[in-house]
Design a protein around this ligand. Structure first.
Ligand code: SF4
Ligand code: FES
Length: 365
């Protein structure tokens, strides 16, 4: 068997613990207990193996990675392995001293989440009074001249705030803003009926994004992650299964994408039991949907199959019960009409179930 090209990115989910309770979170409903998290020295080994494999970039993510008391040691290990190291955070807990310690260890950049441009609405959506800490964190990051990205997950309750969000990102001197329409996995899927926007909302928001692109003319990078439930076009999820990146979850389970733990036919390996190179090159989990040979009709004969890879396996499973089906987001999928029905008359529920350990009988940490 020819070895696949190496990955370039590693998503390191350091913990599922988080002080926020966002209902769109893509973390699994069953959150990993803190007692099962990899130690800093286990992460050090993961980063070294990842760099040997060809990985260039890691996101230190969660949950909230700042809840790890040993985040400084973990950051040092990633940087020493030669990886470009980005902290993905809600900003809560990113006080001056903590940030200085992380910068001291070589942290390269920060991505900060925000839920709404209006502080009260942002706190409401986060289920926590977090906005003031985010604003402070943004200022501290820029004072230290680190690149700052702002990430906003968009849905029915904040799509009307694009102008405010852009102004906020500008006032925080962000280098990049990612406007990511909700991907319905984990808690996001559970809350789909409360999060799905209307087509009108999306059209107005997308027009606003275009206006800002013209106005800023490249001064800030603006990423618009497509609302694939509505577009008729599937996203090239993860750049292809087992093609460019891998995810290591808090307990060492290693996945081709963060949501893949929900797939029943997957036998996800752990970095505690297998070398990362074996996982990437030889494991069943990474080879199951790699390339194009596994594809069903209509993907098999479609000229877009090497551009979008048949869409998203996790979404195909969530919507059809079979991860090997064509993603129903594609207008050519035999299941597309079911998705269109969902979006034409959006499911309606206003109450969002907040992400919390124990909320659904999920074991607490
Ligand atoms: Fe992509 Fe498959 Fe749809 Fe073709 S049929 S556009 S490969 S998802
Ligand atoms: Fe898992 Fe798309 S989220 S393949």
């Amino acid at each position: 068997m020819t070895a696949p090209p190496p990955p370039w990115a590693l998503l390191a989910e350091l913990t599922h613990a988080c002080p926020l309770h966002c209902g769109y979170c893509s973390n699994p409903l069953e959150l990993t207990r803190r007692s099962r998290e990899l130690t800093a020295s286990q992460w050090e080994d993961v980063f070294r193996q990842a760099a040997d494999l060809g990985v260039l970039h890691t996101h230190l993510s969660g949950g909230e990675p700042l809840l790890r008391n040993d985040l400084e040691a973990i950051t040092r290990a990633a940087v020493r392995a030669g990886l470009h190291t980005q902290l993905v955070t809600s900003g809560t807990g990113l006080a001056e001293q903590r940030l200085d310690a992380l910068v001291q260890e070589g942290l390269h950049s920060v991505q900060l989440s925000v839920q709404h441009a209006d502080p009260d609405r942002s706190d409401e959506l986060a289920g926590s009074r977090a906005f003031a800490a985010k604003r402070t964190a943004a200022g501290l990051v820029k004072e230290r001249e680190l690149p700052l990205g702002v990430n906003v997950v968009l849905h029915r309750h904040n799509l009307d705030a694009i102008d405010g969000l852009m102004e906020l990102a500008l006032s925080w001197q962000a280098d990049r803003i990612e406007l990511a329409n909700t991907q319905f996995y984990g808690w996001g899927l559970l809350n789909r009926a409360a999060l799905l926007p209307t087509r009108e909302q999306l059209a107005v928001a997308e027009a606003a994004v275009e206006r800002w692109r013209t106005r800023l003319n490249g001064r800030m990078e603006i990423v618009w992650v497509i609302p694939d439930y509505f577009s008729g076009t599937p996203k090239p999820c993860m750049g292809g299964w087992g093609a460019v990146s891998l995810t290591v979850t808090p307990d060492g389970t290693t996945l081709p994408c963060p949501a893949a733990a929900a797939l029943p036919d997957l036998d996800p390996p752990s970095v505690l039991h297998r070398p990362l190179r074996w996982i990437w090159e030889e494991s069943q989990a990474f080879n199951l949907y790699r390339g194009t040979a596994w594809m069903p009709s209509p993907c098999r004969a479609c000229e877009r199959r090497t551009d979008d890879f048949g869409g998203c396996r996790c979404q195909a499973f969530a919507l059809t019960g079979d991860a090997s089906n064509t993603d129903p987001a594609c207008s050519l999928s035999p299941h597309h009409a079911d998705l269109t029905a969902l979006t034409t008359v959006p499911e309606r529920r206003s109450a969002i179930v907040p992400r919390r350990p124990g909320a659904l009988g999920v074991p607490s940490r």
